[in-house]
Design a protein. Structure first.
Length: 132
C-alpha cells in the first residue's frame, strides 16, 4: 500500500505532462505541401508577410495545441487576387490552356525556430518559371 501511495502522490501533474510533451514533440514533424491550380487559398488565421523572390505573396501564422506551437508559411506563386469574404483566388494565365499550370501554392509547417530557414531554402524562382 505504501508503494501505491508513493506512486499516486508523486505522479506528474497535467502541467508537467504538457511541458514534457512540448519539449519532446515540438520539432518532430515538418510538412511541405505543393498544390498546382488550387483555385483559392484561405487566409484565415494567417497574416501577410514578405514574399520570397519569385513569389506573388506569402502568409504566415502560428497555432498552439496541447502546448506545442507550430508555424505555417503559405507561399503563392502566379497571379492572385483577394476575394470578398477572405482568401485569395488564382487568376488563370491569359492564352494558356485550362490544363496548364496557372498557380502554385507551397505550404510549409513545422517548428517556428526552423521554419524560416526551410522556407529560405526553397527556390521559388524555379517554381515560378514553371508558369511561363
Amino acid at each position: 500500500q505504501q508503494q501505491l501511495d508513493s506512486v499516486i502522490n508523486n505522479a506528474p501533474s497535467a502541467a508537467q505532462n504538457e511541458a514534457l510533451a512540448a519539449s519532446i514533440y515540438h520539432d518532430r514533424e515538418l510538412g511541405i505541401g505543393v498544390s498546382i491550380n488550387p483555385g483559392w487559398v484561405s487566409d484565415a488565421d494567417l497574416q501577410s508577410s514578405p514574399a520570397p523572390m519569385g513569389a506573388h505573396s506569402a502568409l504566415r501564422g502560428e497555432t498552439t495545441h496541447e502546448g506545442i506551437t507550430t508555424a505555417t508559411a503559405v507561399v503563392l506563386i502566379g497571379n492572385w487576387q483577394r476575394i470578398a469574404g477572405g482568401g485569395l483566388q488564382s487568376i488563370p494565365r491569359t492564352g494558356a490552356p485550362s490544363t496548364a499550370a496557372h498557380a502554385i501554392v507551397v505550404s510549409v509547417t513545422g517548428d517556428p525556430a526552423r521554419l524560416e530557414a526551410l522556407v529560405d531554402s526553397i527556390d521559388f524562382g524555379t517554381l515560378a518559371a514553371l508558369l511561363r
